[in-house]
Write a protein that binds this ligand. Sequence first.
Ligand code: ZN
Length: 416
Amino acid sequence: MIPHPVVDTAGAPEDGPARPMPRPVGFLVTTPAPVDGSTRARSGVMSTPHGDVETPMFMPVGTNATVKALDPDDLHEVGASIILSNTYHLALRPGHERIERLGGLHRFMDWDGAILTDSGGFQVVSLGAMRTIDEDGATFRSHLDGSLQRFTPEHAIRVQEALGSDIAVCFDQPVPPHASSRAEVIDATERTHRWAERCIRAHQRPDQALFGIIQGGLEADLRAVSTTTLAAMPFDGLCIGGLAGDETPAQRRAALDVVVPLLADDPRPRYLMGLGSPMDLMDAVDAGVDLFDSVLPARVARNGALWVPGGRLNLRNARFLDDPRPVQEGCRCRACRSFSRAYLAHLFRADELLAYRLATCHNLTFTLDFMAGIRAHIRAGTFPRLVRDERARRAAFGIAAMDPDDRDTQVVTGAA
Ligand SMILES: [Zn+2]
């Protein structure tokens, strides 16, 4: 077992610089989790240099400085207040220094809402055989042209400072839970802690917040050590990494049941990286998570799968070619206000570009309205009942036994 850290109650690494106050990103819990323990769900407001973000919140993913198929007006219309962009992809193309010369990422993509950039750790580690990791950083081959590249904690911070996101994230070494031995998880988790301290020392930009990443795999003791270690550092928020992969929902819940109670009195937002199906989001909110991101709603939309209360419609199915109804009755999105299922089904069959835009508008509107519904239930004190009802509904339909690869079909009705 890795040793327990010495918790620095001053909240700063021994030789780290003092962090300027006030911090650029603040967080206020407006509805705390109820004292009866019926849920750890809470709602709040995260203030950023580019506007307030109500939590719990989902962040659409704009990998290449664009949420695929949408422009900034579409993003505002679906209800996005914060998006995620990918450090790894933008560093390789078009290059963070170019984006900096062009005025930073907000100006470059003309998005005036908040932006969180990930650190690139997940993408670099996902390259598998195409990368090697040493104590100083990771060396890998670009997925674009095969060129040799190197990311260190300092470089990941430099890239994110050049991009100018509102929230930067520490460079970490995630480990796939089922493909890693305990020794490998310990090794990666301890390195992630050392890299977190290096990121804090490297980070200079006063108008940018910095979040740390908790690792520790699926083993409770390692998760706990990682949580207390990261929580003792002067981050503006805490990411929960290494989940939303190949673990089961029960394993994810068990990990969250270790992490969140250890952060119960911690005033910072908690962000579970990579989670996107509505049912999974509701479960994680119940476990006490505030922020989420995933490519899932947009990716399945581009495949023609549109989320509706109770399930999803596959618009590539011929039965929709004569269906005059909107995708979802009463949906406020651009697709449902103006167009029929028949029209979208035609666009998908004809490979028309508009299909991707309209379908993405719908699935992101569905997801963000779903989160708004969850926030309303939390504020009204009815969230525990919502969770109970949805779990009963899932049990009745045997949905929990479904193939995890098909998890995005587990769409709930209650909060949408
Ligand atoms: Zn819609």
